[in-house]
Write a protein of this length. Structure first.
Length: 136
């Protein structure tokens, strides 16, 4: 008797993972970890420089430079289950900061870009090595 499964074991694993997490992957696994949302097109250059800085630190980042209101961009990216949204405007561009918003609508305020990078890297490291989190 020949048995054929419509999905291979890898596909079954991914399907179970998506179902178990309801599409909200852990930070280390999600395809896009951060989306940068410029307040207007005047700040697209700063948004792309932030994305470049994040990518140099091995953080998967994209820029949402659509001609939409910021509220719409936030809503759309929340539905995509992006772990972190970085909103950039005039104040952030002047001070080399980002306004951080975590998945689930938690606004964490503005912080320096290098501090945010360190927090993300530490969060991923703690997820990948849980024994480090216990010692903290």
């Amino acid at each position: 008797m020949i048995h054929r499964a419509p999905f291979g074991s890898m596909e079954r694993f991914v399907a179970v993972l998506i179902e178990h997490t309801a599409g909200k992957f852990p930070l280390w696994l999600t395809p896009t970890q951060v989306v940068i949302l410029p307040v207007s097109e005047k700040f697209n250059d700063y948004a792309y420089s932030v994305a470049k800085t994040l990518k140099m630190q091995d953080i998967r980042a994209e820029v949402d430079d659509r001609n939409e209101k910021v509220g719409r961009k936030i809503r759309d990216n929340e539905l995509k289950r992006i772990p972190y949204l970085l909103i950039v405007g005039e104040k952030e561009a002047e001070n080399e900061e980002v306004s951080v918003r975590k998945q689930g609508g938690v606004d964490q305020g503005s912080e320096n870009l290098s501090i945010f990078v360190n927090k993300i890297k530490q969060e991923v490291e703690e997820m990948m090595n849980p024994e480090l989190a216990v010692g903290s």
